[in-house]
Design a protein around this ligand. Structure first.
Ligand code: GLN
Length: 459
């Protein structure tokens, strides 16, 4: 009998290859979990019954002795902002009610080519704006460790689906932390790749200079396999870059960020203790730990909440009822957070205020990037908390947007600089999972995987 809570992609591949399980049986097992748990967890917005047919085709191929493709028969969940041709897609919003994707996202196509099976589309904050999935038009996702708590956001549905064994792996998107923070809250691994390393074609845009698709998985190795399968550029995304991996060094120096080592508003001190314990663990494994400083990082949140809304206001202008969206929006209109950001974004881009806000934020963004460039001359990789606390209670922050924005304190600088980062489960606080994040230099994903495998679950 297969224990889904322990199953990894490479094991599933081996089971399929040895015919210990058929692709259809695997899908059935996940559907059974979805049937048992999705009503209370609300991770999936839609389940794709045609997954069975896909699985049957794969089983036939296996029966005929065909070599299995890289992710053939692996059951995935996709965040509801990643297009799958012929399937509904809503970005967690009612404004796209009934909309059907007319093409596959680049990442979807790559997964299909690798033979993956799609189980369904997962719940998310509306247009990926939020840190708790409470901004979804379809109700919040619950945390599988405590149903009174959030699963994080905006990719809360994908993280919850993997954590609750309702999918073997998932894709999410990360604009300011939306893959890493829900992964931390749900005790799974989440990778936000280098900006440009996976084409954003077919990802419903939130803030285009920050958005990146990435995997949510059970282990660092699974995340690595998925990243390798979906990375690449295409002509539909002009910001794509194809770079060879960075060579791995023999001796790796790990940096801990001085500015993140003290408490402050909304920061649970026990999270900082987890970082200390992760440092001690790595020290015991003979890694050098060095404290480094990122002086401009204090401005990250302020900078992000100008740049992101500015881009959001431009990207969401297409839901005007003519190009996309309902003609008479009414109850099908945008939720509160989307409206807040459209107004804020239009304001910071307006003629009289552009220089004071957007212009200045762009300069600060440059400073933050330069800070990272400098520290990566001193250390090879950085280690930080993923979120300032474990999963919070549903309703706790929803009326206070600023408290909600603080949830991304540690993740946002990475998006502003376009860096790759990965959150790994590391210990627990009050029976709730905690995530530790590693940040590598641009295109240093291989270093994240190497260190992730050492650090995951060592807490
Ligand atoms: N929570 C952040 C925001 O609301 C980040 C969201 C994301 O990464 N998509 O903007």
């Amino acid at each position: 009998m297969i224990d889904l809570s322990r199953l990894t992609i490479s094991q599933a591949k081996e089971f399929l290859r040895q015919r210990c399980v058929s692709a259809k049986e695997l899908v059935e097992m996940y559907f059974e979990e979805i049937k048992n748990r999705n009503n209370e967890l609300n991770a999936y917005l839609e389940v794709f019954k045609d997954a069975f047919e896909e699985a049957e085709k794969i089983d036939l191929r296996i029966k005929n002795g065909k070599e299995l493709k890289f992710l053939e028969g692996i059951p995935f969940a996709l965040k509801d902002n990643i297009l799958i041709k012929g399937k509904r897609v809503s970005a967690g919003s009612k404004i796209l009610d009934g909309y059907i994707a007319s093409y596959d996202a680049f990442a979807t196509r790559k997964l299909k080519e690798a033979g993956a099976i799609f189980l369904g589309r997962t719940n998310m904050d509306e247009f990926a704006m939020g840190s708790s999935t409470e901004n979804s038009a379809f109700g919040p996702v619950k945390n599988p460790f405590d149903l009174k708590r959030v699963a994080g956001g905006s990719s809360g549905g994908s993280a919850c689906a993997v954590a609750a064994n309702m999918a073997l792996a998932a894709l999410g998107s990360d604009t300011g932390g939306s893959i890493r923070q829900p992964s931390a809250f749900c005790g799974v691994v989440g990778l936000k790749p280098t900006y440009g390393s996976i084409s954003r074609s077919g990802l419903i845009a939130m803030a285009s200079s920050l958005d990146q698709i990435g995997p949510i998985a059970k282990t660092a190795e699974d995340a690595e396999m998925i990243f390798k399968a979906i990375k690449g550029k295409d002509p539909k995304d002009a910001t794509g870059v194809d770079r060879p991996e960075r060579p791995l060094k023999e001796k790796i120096i790990i940096g801990v960020v001085k500015e993140f080592s003290s408490g402050g508003e909304g920061i649970d001190e026990r999270i900082l203790k987890q970082i200390e314990s992760a440092s001690r663990f790595l020290d015991s494994r003979n890694f050098e730990i060095k404290e480094v400083s990122l002086p401009s990082i204090a401005y990250s949140l302020a900078c992000y909440y100008i740049i992101a809304p500015a881009e959001i206001s431009a990207n969401l202008a297409r839901y005007d009822g003519v190009r996309y969206g309902k003609q008479r929006s009414g109850e099908f209109g945008f939720g509160k957070e989307a409206k807040r950001r459209i107004i804020l974004g239009s304001y910071v881009l307006s003629a009289g205020y552009y220089d004071a806000y957007y212009g200045k934020a762009s300069k600060i963004r440059r400073l933050i990037k330069t800070d990272f460039e400098k520290v990566f001359n001193e250390v090879d990789i950085l280690m930080t908390p993923t979120a300032p606390g474990p999963a919070f209670k549903i309703g706790e922050k929803i009326e206070n947007p600023l408290a909600m924005y603080l949830s991304d304190l540690y993740t946002i600088p990475v998006n502003l600089a376009g860096l790759p980062a990965m959150s790994l489960p590391f210990g627990k606080i009050d029976d709730l999972p905690v995530g530790v994040s590693l940040i590598a230099p641009w295109f240093g994903e291989n270093l994240l995987f190497k260190m992730g495998k050492i650090l995951e679950n060592a807490g």
